[in-house]
Design a protein around this ligand. Structure first.
Ligand SMILES: Cc1cc2nc3c(=O)[nH]c(=O)nc-3n(C[C@H](O)[C@H](O)[C@H](O)COP(=O)(O)O)c2cc1C
Length: 209
């Protein structure tokens, strides 16, 4: 698949089939993630691939318990919010059935002489996006999530994550049970300033043409 097609259609997929994903495909998308840039090419990131049913159940149950009510009570002012939050509700209640949960973690290692936490996230996020686009190109659904924070002690214990390793995100991955489709984003002429800041070109929350 053309990279522009993969990037422009890799919707956050919160409906995943429980069918297994071949280990070779998991290796392929994580290899793509390792190609991502990082500050000074420090590559301070590691990937924890969770396929063990007991471990997924522990993590999924802990996140579901912490999130279910919270997500159910969040306001859904428009269709976009409704779809996103309904999808999140579905995802948290089915996390343990997702075939693969990928945690991208990192250590404070850069700059080597005076490491800063911000560089941990700078190393993790480009890798996550490479992984997401690679997965899309193979027909696999993913969603970038950060709600693992609500169950961090359980996750750390279940996966034996040392205290000096930070968890950047959790990416559930599997065969999509929803449609991939064109992303809705603020268009080029509302986000690009030529030769200097030209004033606010748009308002928040974003609107689409
Ligand atoms: C830093 C970051 C944190 C996110 N956290 C979550 C999350 O915790 N749960 C979730 O369901 N989606 C999460 N998302 C996914 C966004 O909601 C999604 O990318 C956005 O709504 C656009 O969706 P679309 O690509 O399908 O248009 C996160 C995305 C980013 C970049």
């Amino acid at each position: 698949m053309d990279v522009f097609e993969a990037m422009s259609t890799c919707r956050a997929i919160r409906y995943l089939k429980s069918d297994p994903v071949d280990a070779a495909l998991v290796e392929q998308v994580i290899t793509a993630a390792t190609w991502a840039p990082s500050p000074g090419n420090s590559q301070g990131r590691d990937f924890i691939v969770v396929t063990d049913a007991t471990k997924k159940a522990k993590i999924g149950d802990a996140i579901d318990k912490a999130m279910r009510q919270r997500v159910a009570s969040m306001e859904r002012p428009d269709r976009t919010h409704r779809l996103m939050l309904d999808g999140t509700g579905h995802l948290v209640s089915t996390l343990k059935d997702c075939p693969v949960l990928i945690f991208i973690c990192g250590k404070k290692v850069y700059p080597y002489e005076a490491p800063r936490e911000s560089f941990v996230w700078s190393s993790i996020y480009p890798a996550a996006q490479n992984l997401i686009v690679a997965a899309r190109s193979l027909g696999l659904g993913t969603v970038f999530t950060t709600f693992q924070g609500v169950a961090e002690p359980v996750i750390r214990e279940t996966l034996s994550i040392p205290d000096d390793v930070l968890i950047g995100c959790m990416i559930p991955m599997g065969w999509s049970d929803a449609k991939f489709g064109q992303l809705k984003r603020v268009p080029y002429d509302k986000v690009v300033h030529h030769d200097g800041w030209q004033g606010d070109l748009r308002t928040y929350p974003p609107t689409y043409e």
